[in-house]
Design a protein around this ligand. Structure first.
Ligand code: PXL
Length: 281
């Protein structure tokens, strides 16, 4: 008779990841997009809400930042309760909330957390509505970005944070990505989606080498929430311990298919991103 103990199927918990971001009631961007993306990549997503945004795709009508007390309380209970393997920040709304987030991340580092921190420096919605008070920019520059493992600015965000004129070519992207890392001591994925051309190329400067990530541009599709969704995918894959280059390649493949399968679900001209695309090959 076989006396070996029955072999249990190996149960592996999904990595726990945290999004510190705003709520987009239309669910294309913000924490709603992050949670869907975290689920797609088989991670367990937590959220700390910074602000509530009333919007539909392409139209922000109102934003309301949460109180400092409730943001602090969300972060405190989550840090006490979970072993967090990856963190992303999105819309941080005000300088006061930004400072709470910075203090929280510094405390985590002090407690020897090795969770990667992905900072998506959300300054405005695709419609142009401001999502960060200008006074908070200094905190990004001095304290938040230097805590990041990876920052994921788009062209406008990188130009604003570097005090540069508009970035208009691949060559300028290359030098802006290097400059961003030089100034803020984090790796930089500069997203070139807003540049003209038949391809959408993002440039990663990892402190040693430049890497390009290119996908065919999907001309007729500009759904909102692509930046949030892309950085959430990166956070989830890093939490799974994927190497950085594979992470960015897979996240770029995912966002490209999510864009190509976006749909007109609202009465807006702007499509709704498909966070659960059918196939990503
Ligand atoms: O896509 C930027 C963005 C980020 N976060 C929240 C948003 C938006 C865009 O509207 O609402 C909460």
């Amino acid at each position: 008779m076989n006396s070996d103990p029955p072999t249990e199927p190996e149960t592996k918990h999904p990595p726990v990841v945290l999004s510190i971001a705003g709520s987009d009631c239309s669910s294309g961007a913000g924490i709603q997009a992050d949670l869907k993306t975290f689920a797609y990549f088989q991670t367990y997503g937590l959220t700390a809400v910074t602000s509530i945004v009333a919007e539909s795709p392409g139209k922000v009508v109102s934003t309301e930042a949460v109180s400092p007390e409730i943001l602090s309380a969300q972060l405190k209970i989550l840090a006490e309760s979970f072993d967090i393997k990856g963190i992303k920040t999105g819309m941080l709304a005000t300088a006061e909330l930004c400072e709470i987030v910075v203090n929280f991340l510094e405390d985590l580092e002090g407690a020897e957390s090795t969770a990667p921190i992905v900072v998506d420096p959300v300054l405005m919605a695709s419609s142009g509505a401001p999502l960060l008070d200008p006074e908070a920019l200094e905190l990004y520059r001095r304290r938040l970005l230097p805590l990041a493992t990876l920052a994921t600015p788009n062209l406008d965000e990188a130009a604003a944070l570097l005090n540069l004129p508009p970035i208009t070519s691949h060559q300028e992207m290359d030098s802006a990505a290097r400059k961003f890392t030089g100034q803020y001591q984090c790796m930089t994925l500069l997203k070139g989606g807003h540049l003209d051309g038949s391809d959408a190329t993002d440039v990663l400067w990892d402190g040693t080498e430049i890497h390009d990530f290119t996908a065919a541009r999907i001309h007729d599709k500009t759904p909102h929430g692509t930046g949030c969704t892309y950085s959430a995918a990166i956070t989830a894959l890093l939490a799974h311990d994927y190497p950085l280059l594979e992470t960015i390649k897979s996240a770029k493949d995912y966002i490209t298919v999510a864009i190509s399968q976006s749909e007109a679900l609202s009465n807006s001209e702007i499509d709704t991103l498909n966070h659960f695309p059918i196939s990503i090959d």
